[in-house]
Design a protein around this ligand. Structure first.
Ligand code: NAD
Length: 491
């Protein structure tokens, strides 16, 4: 496999500059911070640290660009630019995959398939979608004709997390551009490289100056906060932790920005006794440990019906022990490093807490990997926890799952919904009526039956309760990235 050729020592990283009004800016070197590789703890390069000043410049460029050549691009012309960006991402997929792997510590093979190819697909999908999008019209009994006009919202601020850096940024940027807006992006401080590279690609694809802008930096008292409160930003789309969502909502409130939030999750994975166990195990390995468990949709609370409980644990533990954890550039690696030191400590604290509470660590629970350095954690399965345990209630966002038995459908529904979160859920059953019944009662925005992570970009994506506000995907994205006006003509 290709990844094996790229030894971890020969891959080139990049320094990360702000990109404003079509140009990369050389920062004052006192305003930079180090970018660390979580798999080696080595410094990859520097990242410009932006704040109010840089955000002001970027927002002003984005506002100005709304009135520039971008304004007169037709739907077909915007579609062509988006298609070109998607094509260029594919042309440069090896470099982008290396940068994503270095920044995140995830396996190269996963970064290629999940992050980079899906990022290209985000652009290709919205390039097509914009050319088929119609407007509503209603004939009111031949008294009046009503129709809607769609126009851009304006300047959109985008604040992103580190777990799927380019994938989530392009999930926002593609529909934002398709709808004719301009953007100011703030990638996560821990994963700045692919966003920087994307700016080069946008320029090469013919995006006019000022339409896309990138400011690096932190969140609190930094670029993220400055963007959230900026009076000239019309909308904010944010993916990240629930408590950060609260802070951004407060900052955006005085200027009544439109918001779209994709937040945290603590998703139930419910296994009924009538399901096909081998299929359950193979998919549950992914829904538990893919991307080191650092996916908002991971099913971190596993509930298994009593009759199947022992067999499930036996098979799941055996398969988990075989997962290969280590060098992200080794083509056989299935689980890489978690994102950084702080996060490593946070995940380990939850494992220690489970031990203190008397839970059983069935496998994992320790540092992993063949290297002295790097933030590697063994995929961990915890049993014997109560519903009150913090490991069951709080988002760990690492390679850690809890497993609990249940007897009845009513009981498991109560457990599944006993959380402030409402992002995803997985149901395993071959009982047709039960599948529909349980799906309709689970409080989550994204529900899978007998599968996980299967996505069609036309469908609504987002969470309920404390897992989000609004939906994106297909027409739902255009609801957010457009303003609609209704025109009524008396007939
Ligand atoms: P985070 O909330 O710590 O940071 C996300 C971004 O917000 C970063 O760019 C950060 O700099 C910025 N930020 C932090 N504080 C800010 C503030 N006060 N004002 C403005 N910006 C601020 O999240 P994270 O640790 O990067 O990502 C992990 C979280 O993201 C998890 O909770 C995960 O569930 C969630 N997530 C959700 C989805 C989804 O689709 N619902 C997808 C991926 C990740």
């Amino acid at each position: 496999m290709q990844a094996a050729k790229n030894s971890i020592n020969t891959v080139k990283s990049i320094d990360c500059r702000h990109f404003i009004n079509g140009e990369f800016l050389n920062p004052n070197q006192s305003k930079t911070f180090d970018n660390i590789n979580p798999a080696t703890e080595e410094i990859l390069g520097w990242v410009a640290e932006g704040g109010k000043e840089e955000v002001n410049q970027a927002v002003s460029a984005a506002r100005h660009a709304l009135k520039g050549p971008w304004k007169s691009f037709t739907d077909n012309e915007r579609s062509a630019v988006l298609r070109r960006i998607g094509d260029l991402i594919l042309e440069k997929k090896e470099e982008l995959t290396m940068l994503e792997t270095l920044d995140t510590g995830k396996p190269y093979s996963l970064a290629l398939e999940m992050d980079i190819k899906r990022s290209a697909h985000n652009f290709h999908f919205f390039a097509d979608y914009i050319t088929t999008l119609g407007n509503e019209s209603f004939n009111q009994n031949n008294i009046a004709l009503h129709y809607s006009i769609r126009r851009p919202v304006g300047v959109v601020g985008m604040i992103n997390p580190w777990n799927l850096p380019l994938l989530l940024l392009t999930w926002k940027l593609a529909p934002c551009l398709a709808a004719g807006n301009t953007a100011v992006m703030k990638p996560a401080e821990l994963t700045p490289m692919t966003a920087t590279k994307l700016m080069e690609i946008c320029k090469e694809a013919g995006v006019p100056d000022g339409v896309v802008n990138l400011v690096h930096g932190y969140g609190v008292n930094s670029a993220g906060a400055a963007l959230s409160e900026h009076p000239d930003v019309d909308a904010i789309t944010f993916t990240g932790e629930t408590k950060t969502g609260t802070a951004i909502m407060k900052a955006a409130a005085p200027t009544l920005k439109k918001i779209s939030f994709e937040l945290g999750g603590k998703n139930p994975n419910i296994v009924f006794a009538d399901s096909n166990l081998d299929e359950v195990i193979e998919t549950t390995l992914k829904s538990s440990f893919m991307n080191q468990g650092e996916v908002c949709l991971c099913g971190s609370r596993i509930y298994v019906q009593q009759e199947l409980y022992d067999e499930f644990l036996e098979k799941m533990v055996a398969r988990t022990k075989k997962l290969k954890v280590g060098d992200p550039f080794d083509s056989e690696t299935e689980v890489g490093a978690v994102i950084g030191k702080e996060h490593y400590k946070k995940v380990m604290t939850y494992i220690d807490l489970a031990r203190e509470e008397g839970a059983r660590i069935l496998t994992g629970g320790r540092r992993a990997g063949q290297f002295e350095k790097g933030f590697f954690i063994e995929p961990t399965i915890i049993a014997g926890v109560t519903s009150e345990s913090r490991c069951v209630r709080e988002e760990i966002f690492g390679p850690v799952v809890t497993v609990m038995p249940f007897e009845t459908e009513e009981e498991v529904l109560e457990h599944a919904n006993d959380t402030h979160y409402g992002l995803g859920a997985t149901i395993w059953t071959n009982h047709l009526r039960r599948a529909h019944r349980v799906a309709s009662k689970i409080e989550a925005g994204i529900i899978w039956v007998n599968t996980w992570y299967l996505r069609d970009l036309r469908t609504p994506f987002g969470g309920m309760k404390h897992s989000g506000i609004g939906r994106e995907g297909g027409s739902h994205s255009f609801e957010f990235y457009s303003e609609l006006s209704n025109v009524t003509i008396k007939l």
